[in-house]
Design a protein around this ligand. Structure first.
Ligand code: ADP
Length: 624
């Protein structure tokens, strides 16, 4: 391989020097030639070096330029990418707007012809784009003419408004209409001046607004009726209260005659009973309003239940000179599954009203059954005063009486029908009325019978008895309760009253003031061999309440009858007393018949016993 000229020259000079060192002759020409060659080679090398230097600088500049170009290309690519993304986004946005259920209409600002209508609008309005291109907004706005619409959009045309908003109605191709809210603005599409209308179907919003307005009205009315209810309640309670206090004054007046005193006692009793009835009805109503009135369905012998109602009201019917009839129309099942307590309450109210508003007439109670619907109907018809047509719908409202003179003439609270109607609904039926002034009324209560698959049918069974015939059956018998009673009661008046009632029945009575004293007295009596026959236990007392005292006595092995006596009328109270260990439950105020019946039952049970400490019957028996 050939070396480069400088290298070759170096080789030649080295050879020449070696020859000179080894004593060889070297000619001057030879040396000069060599030197010239060396000079030429050097010049060439220098030129080459310059060339190389020059091209190195050039290639460096080239590389920098290349780098810049690459960077520019990269940023250009980035720009292109983001531009593509934006274009895709815009096109997707356009698609969404086009498919949106919100309606978008674009129409020419001069001709008002539709240019583009999104898909949502086409679907809702029912016209195709082809049809719409030949139409204008007034063609779908029955509320507007060309003139009214032109006037409406004028502020957009003259620039005084950038956007206008209004509500109108749109008419679909099929002729149906729907309310809309329109937002209209002016814009430019290509070179055209256009209007863009965004339409919101406000059918739902209007419905919601209407419901809201209605709820508000109901809330205001409820608030008003609550205030009226309270005012009424206060009035209803004050009236008998005033009478009781007034007649009470007469009783304490030493100068009052025996006849006055007797009349005062009768009036106090009457008003007290009315007050109690009112409180019970208010309690029932508040339970109904709070949705807390529970229904307990049991197998109920329906004719027995109706007979009970008849027996209860027979005296009242006789006093008003009314005949009380019970009839059965068609076939009725002998038993139904219903809440007997609530059904009885409803019937007592309806039959009681019929008797109250009828004088020397007829009240008939007719039972019938729609077996297919598993519904029973009891229609209470009277030949009494009747109710005016415009008052018929009001009688079911709380505290409302058909006539303002009703209370004065007939008493009553105006709550009975409200409660009865609610009960009938809870029993799976309804209460309706038909009446004519002067001719009488028919109140019909319907209720569900439960399944009639296994029913035993009474075929044309009819009970037809008059109240007069049986009225004498309810005259009071002479009662005796000869036994030892421990009365555990903190209220002074109640202590006196219970003692008085018991002593009148020949009972021997010891009274103590609270549960603790009751426990001590009862255990002491057992220890001394003279146990009490019955403990009457108040449940709410200071120091130790009746629940604790009863539980304590049972823990100590006390087995004799303990009967709860409580003013708590709420549902579940009886169970609470029985759970504490009581044998039975009586509520205050004392109903003398019930009081006597319950106590005599327990007294005769303990009479039968050979040993003193005896508990008979299950708590459930005790409640029946
Ligand atoms: P009240 O305690 O006043 O009887 P109700 O709610 O039971 O309350 O009845 C409301 C009103 O309906 C009564 O005051 C009376 O005006 C009317 N009413 C109810 N039943 C009858 C009936 N059988 N005959 C005539 N009017 C009746």
């Amino acid at each position: 391989m050939m070396g480069s000229p400088p290298i070759m020259l170096l080789d030649s000079i080295t050879t020449l020097l070696q020859r000179y060192e080894h004593g060889h002759e070297i000619s001057l020409d030879e040396a000069c030639l060599m030197l010239r060659q060396a000079q030429v080679a050097l010049i060439k090398a220098q030129e080459r070096s310059h060339q190389l230097e020059h091209s190195r600088v050039a290639s460096l500049a080239h590389a920098a330029e290349l780098h810049d170009t690459r960077q520019w290309l990269a940023s250009l690519r980035q720009d292109v990418d983001s531009f593509r993304e934006e274009t895709e986004l815009l096109s997707a946005f356009g698609d969404i707007l086009d498919r949106s259920l919100n309606e978008i209409y674009i129409f020419d600002a001069n001709s008002l012809n539709f240019l583009h209508v999104n898909h949502g609008a086409q679907t809702n309005i029912g016209y195709s784009m082809e049809e719409l291109r030949r139409m204008r907004p007034v063609d779908i706005k029955p509320d507007h003419t060309f003139e009214t619409f032109a006037k409406l959009v004028q502020p957009l045309l003259d620039g005084s408004s950038r956007i206008i908003q209004f509500e109108t109605v749109h008419r679909r191709k099929d002729g149906s209409t729907y309310p809309v809210q329109v937002k209209l603005e002016r814009s430019v599409l290509g070179k055209r001046s256009v209007f863009i209308a965004v339409i919101l179907d406000i059918t739902e919003r209007n419905k919601f607004d209407r419901e809201l307005r209605r709820s508000r009205e109901i809330a205001i009315a409820a608030d008003r009726s609550k205030s009226e209810f309270l005012a009424n309640m206060s009035h209803e309670i004050r009236t008998p209260m005033t009478a009781i206090l007034g007649y009470g004054d007469i009783l304490t007046d030493a100068t009052a005659s025996d006849a006055d005193r007797h009349a005062a006692s009768v009036a106090i009793q009457r008003n007290g009973k009315h007050l109690l009835e009112l409180i019970n009805e208010i309690l029932d109503l508040s339970k109904i309003e709070a949705g807390k009135l529970t229904i307990e369905r049991r197998v109920t012998p329906i004719m027995n239940l109706v007979e009970d109602v008849r027996e209860l009201l027979a005296d009242r019917a006789v006093q008003r000179g009314n005949e009380l009839l019970i009839e059965v129309k068609g076939r009725v099942p002998t038993t139904v599954v219903t809440d007997s307590t609530r059904l009885k309450q409803a019937l007592v109210n309806l039959v009681g009203n019929a008797i109250k508003f009828t004088k020397d007439g007829t009240v008939s109670v007719t039972l019938s059954c729609d077996a297919a619907r598993e519904r029973m109907k009891i229609a209470i018809a009277d030949t009494g005063i009747g109710i005016a047509e415009d008052q018929l719908s009001k009688v079911f409202a709380p505290f409302s009486q058909a006539d303002s003179s009703t209370t004065r003439n007939y008493g009553g609270t105006g709550l009975g029908l409200t409660i009865t109607k609610r009960i009938s609904e809870l029993l799976g039926g309804d209460l309706s009325v038909d009446s004519k002034v002067g001719a009488g009324s028919v109140f019909s209560i319907e209720f569900s019978t439960g399944s009639l698959d296994q029913a035993i049918w009474a075929d044309r069974w009819s009970v037809r008895r008059t109240a007069r015939a049986t009225a004498s059956a309810s005259t009071p018998k002479s009662h005796r309760l000869a036994g030892r009673f421990l009365v555990v009661e903190d209220g002074l008046d109640n202590q006196r009253l219970i003692k008085l009632v018991l002593e009148k029945l020949d009972a021997e009575v010891t009274v103590v003031e609270n549960g603790k004293e009751g426990v001590d007295a009862a255990l002491e009596a057992v220890r001394t061999g003279r146990p009490y026959d019955i403990i009457l236990m108040d449940m709410q007392m200071p120091v130790m309440d009746g629940y604790t005292a009863t539980a304590h006595l049972r823990q100590q092995g006390y087995e004799r009858p303990i009967i709860a006596l409580t003013a708590h009328a709420m549902h579940g109270e009886a169970n609470r007393c029985l759970k504490a260990g009581c044998d039975a439950y009586l509520s205050k105020p004392i109903n003398r018949t019930q009081f006597y019946d319950e106590l005599s039952r327990w007294l005769s049970d303990s009479d039968d016993a050979t040993e003193p400490a005896t508990r008979t019957g299950t708590p459930a028996d005790a409640l029946n």
